[in-house]
Design a protein around this ligand. Structure first.
Ligand code: UDP
Length: 386
């Protein structure tokens, strides 16, 4: 029983592992386009000895115990409470914006008044979406919402996505709430841990199984063929009737026959400094100044102890061009989903083709959601095939 998987990020790797653990006769072959496994979670030691994440900052956190336990089989965990701050009007305030931000940016009397009104309406440390604040019936709360919207969201979002904030789905900005208290934890998830030795090790361990074979430097385009009328898939020129899991970009696989799926890309600029730490928090956002959106300092994320050297990352959002850069963020709006739906419909003709992951499902997934989905997909594939 053979299974072909395209891509070795979390989607492909979790499904591979789950399938081979289900039955000793299941053999999985993974084809990975890049010259390494691990998808965008891939990390490596840079020329300065600092562990960096090659495709931007990735932080593991989940409410799902099954996900936490499963990943925990392939790594030791290190507790990591993520903190983000933003530079607003020359001051540093927490993101999500919270009461400490109010104290910093408003005069004492005004700050006290705003906090009092918010406390009458919300629970301590309740996470409220910016959308809810903007729709509040209370004039004071609404105008506070408008202030946060302008200072934290409007310009960051325009910079990040290259389109005005009202052209992007509200689910995107609602990822970042406003906190009704002094809580500074960036996430509110139950399990917040980072892999002790980095993410690449997780993939090494997960894919280290005698029933899994991985081929890097292989683009799916060069090995997969589809005959639409016969509803037949060919792998390496031969009819293949087993399950195929596609975790890569659908438009690329079909040579962009229905157009390019819109993504936002990033120009990632790494800088090294001969100092212990460059900034005081893992991530500093720059909503209203600079061309980059944020600076991440990896030593905080990875917990690596190394003196007098630190590497930071500046993320410059840019237009996606399939020939030049990486599709990082699916642009979430009606138009792009319609185009995706056309690709999806094409692939639905092939009964045993499963689409999973950020690229193949064209969803702005966090890694924990990808893992959750991949676990469900593995169950589905088992149910339908084995
Ligand atoms: N966002 C913002 N200001 C911030 C942080 C985030 O406006 O200081 C908005 C922006 O539209 C961004 C979205 O919230 O794309 C999600 O942010 P998140 O930090 O979750 O993005 P990711 O870490 O996935 O890049």
């Amino acid at each position: 029983m053979e299974v072909v998987i395209i891509g070795s990020g979390f989607a492909g790797s979790v499904i591979a592992r789950k399938l081979v653990e289900h039955h000793q006769d299941i053999k999985v072959t993974i084809y990975e386009k890049r010259n390494h496994i691990g998808g965008n979670m891939y990390d490596e030691i840079d020329e300065n000895g600092v562990l960096i994440q090659k495709y931007g900052p990735h932080i593991f956190h989940t409410n799902n115990k099954e996900v936490f336990d499963f990943v925990g089989r392939f790594t030791e965990y290190r507790y990591f409470k993520h903190e983000v701050v933003g530079e607003i009007d020359g001051e540093i305030v927490p993101i999500p914006f919270n009461f400490a931000g109010i104290d910093t940016l408003f005069a004492l009397k005004e700050a006290t008044k705003i906090k009092k009104i918010l406390m009458e309406k919300y629970e301590v440390n309740q996470r409220v979406s910016i959308g809810q604040l903007l729709e509040s019936q209370d004039d004071m709360i609404r105008s506070f919402g408008e202030y946060v919207y302008e200072k934290v969201f409007v310009h960051y979002t325009a910079k990040q996505w290259g389109i005005p904030i009202d052209e992007i789905d509200t689910s995107v900005i609602n990822r970042i709430p406003v906190v009704m208290g002094y809580e500074r934890n960036h996430f509110s998830t139950k399990y917040q841990y980072m892999p002790k030795e980095g993410f690449k090790k997780i993939f090494d361990n997960m894919l280290d199984h005698h029933q899994i074979q991985v081929f890097c430097n292989v683009n799916a385009k060069t090995i997969l063929n589809f005959n639409e009328e016969k509803r037949q898939v060919y792998v390496n020129g031969k009819k293949f009737d087993g399950p195929i899991v596609m975790t890569g970009a659908l438009d690329e696989l079909l040579d962009y026959k229905y157009g390019v799926l819109p993504y936002r890309s990033l120009d990632l600029k790494y800088e090294n400094y001969k100092m212990n730490y460059f900034q005081t928090k893992p991530v500093v956002n720059y909503p209203n100044s600079e061309k980059f959106t944020r600076i991440t300092e990896f030593k905080y994320l990875t917990g690596q102890r190394i003196d007098n050297t630190t590497t930071i990352l500046k993320e410059y959002p840019c237009t996606y061009n399939p020939e030049k850069n990486t599709p990082f963020y699916p642009i979430v709006n009606k138009e792009s989903y319609l185009r995706y739906a056309i690709y999806k419909k094409y692939f639905e003709k092939f009964a045993k083709l499963y689409l999973c992951g950020r690229l193949a499902e064209y969803k702005y997934y966090d890694m924990n959601s990808v893992i959750t989905e991949a676990m469900k997909y593995a169950e589905k594939i088992i149910e339908e095939n084995f």
